[in-house]
Design a protein around this ligand. Structure first.
Ligand SMILES: *[C@@H]1O[C@H](CO)[C@@H](O)[C@H](O)[C@H]1NC(C)=O
Ligand SMILES: *[C@@H]1O[C@H](CO)[C@@H](O)[C@H](O)[C@H]1NC(C)=O
Ligand SMILES: *[C@@H]1O[C@H](CO)[C@@H](O)[C@H](O)[C@H]1NC(C)=O
Length: 413
């Protein structure tokens, strides 16, 4: 039952602030194929082999090393299923960046004609799937082992400073083309933070942001807010600065303690956390559960909880003024000022009316920061029925969202 609970839990972790809870009463018919170590042996052949090549596409497993030594896996789908003749060097590259507690596999949970990477490849794009440090295929480092707490000494600030630039530099060096970007959830936050500091801009053609996360003050679940509020105290005692493994035992204990809170309904957690997803096929959810969630660092979760609590998008807060001064030269961590994103950067933003994480009011706050953006460089879509997970796994996401992403990229060309 406990294990089943984790399977259910993992659905929520699609979202990024999942810090939360544990569905003891949740019933689930989901079957899963993990062995005792929680790993499904059939899914460890790599993302290309298990989810791309099987559908008749070419796919290369690649790796890039960040300046701070993490070895990240990266998949390239250079062309569509029915090609083979085109000159790859002339195609537009697209990087896909997943959210927190999941990896690049989450883009590939549906049948091929519904998956964004494959749709992009079929429409003539050169597709690159990123995998953040700490996730299943990005758990190597030039000198640190994941069993060493120092391996987990990072938050999303480091994804801004190291991971994204490493992937962009590599794709840019391989293709010589400016890059289109697609981010979901945390993949939007790290992009916005980067752009606000002028990072990546020279290599960037345009960015499509799905379920954007930048402000989290209105996250409309009591659950998420309570969890975020309790996160620091609970989490640091339980984990220290280490791996946050949603499948591991200390997280189990944390969730149990949260569910003991009478204000928290641990029954329908997926809805409580990501919102009422309209359009997930049960076979897709089942597949998702076999693949996710993935680890991240506890420090990353703490940093995300800080956004919820403080309502500003700032660098990691060490809380102790002397530590902040040591890292930033200031008592408070510097903010990422989204008004500094270049006004002529082509941006596509799509947000859902049912999204509990990327709350409509928070997205409107984000849009307000972008109000001086050039009107003809800004394309905004609101999908009334969509929640957080619909954006990457919805069976109708192609019609509702991806076709708009394609026409956005094609306009920018
Ligand atoms: C973690 O990294 C910071 C730099 O970001 C460094 O100051 C600190 O000593 C590191 N802590 C550990 C335990 O490795
Ligand atoms: C759900 O997925 C199954 C298997 O791929 C498919 O047969 C079914 O038509 C899908 N349902 C919807 C609503 O897309
Ligand atoms: C953010 O940047 C804008 C424009 O550069 C500036 O007007 C504003 O004062 C800045 N906000 C903060 C909080 O620094």
């Amino acid at each position: 039952m406990v294990f089943l609970g984790f399977m259910q839990f993992s659905v929520l972790s699609l979202c990024f602030i999942v810090l939360t809870t544990f569905p003891y009463q949740a019933s689930s018919r989901v079957s899963f194929g993990r062995n005792q170590n929680g790993v499904n042996p059939h899914l460890d052949d790599g993302i290309c082999a298990s989810a791309v090549i099987v559908h008749g596409y070419k796919c290369q497993e690649l790796q890039v090393t960040t300046k701070d030594g993490y070895i990240l896996s990266l998949q390239r789908i250079p062309e569509g299923r029915l090609e083979g003749r085109n000159d790859v060097s002339r195609k537009q590259p697209v990087i896909l960046q997943h959210g927190v507690l999941v990896d690049g596999m989450t883009w590939l949970m549906n049948p091929p004609e519904q998956d964004l990477p494959l749709i992009l490849a079929d429409h003539g794009f050169d597709v690159w799937i990123a995998n953040t440090r700490g996730t299943r295929h990005s758990r190597r480092h030039v000198s640190l082992d994941p069993s060493n707490p120092a391996f987990w000494n990072w938050s999303w600030d480091e994804l801004v400073i190291y991971d994204l630039p490493a992937v962009f530099d590599y794709v840019f060096s391989q293709t010589g083309q400016k890059i289109n970007y697609v981010g979901h959830s945390l993949g939007t936050l790290i992009a916005l933070a980067s752009f606000s500091e002028g990072k990546l801009i020279n290599q960037l053609k345009s960015a499509a942001l799905l379920s954007p996360i930048a402000y989290l003050s209105h996250m409309n679940t009591a659950l998420g807010v309570i969890a975020a509020k309790s996160f620091i105290g609970e989490i640091t005692t339980l984990f220290g600065l280490a791996e946050f493994n949603p499948k591991g035992l200390p997280v189990d204990a944390f969730l149990k303690s949260l569910c003991a809170d009478p204000r928290i309904d641990c029954y329908d957690l997926m809805t409580a956390l990501t919102g009422k997803n309209c359009c997930l096929n049960s076979s897709t959810v089942e597949r998702f559960l076999m693949n996710e969630p993935q680890s991240t660092s506890t420090k990353n979760m703490v940093h995300l909880a800080q956004i919820v609590r403080h309502g500003v998008l700032a660098k990691f807060n060490y809380v102790r003024p002397d530590y902040n001064i040591m890292h930033y030269g200031e008592i408070f961590p510097p903010i990422y000022n989204l008004s500094n994103i270049p006004h002529d950067l082509p941006l596509f933003i799509s947000y859902g009316g049912q999204d509990a994480l990327s709350d409509v009011r928070d997205v409107e706050n984000l849009l307000d920061r972008l109000k001086f953006h050039d009107v003809d460089k800004r394309s905004i879509q609101f999908v009334k029925d969509y929640a957080h997970a619909d954006y990457i796994m919805g069976f109708n996401a192609k019609d509702i969202v991806y076709n708009s992403v394609l026409s956005f990229f094609n306009q920018v060309l």
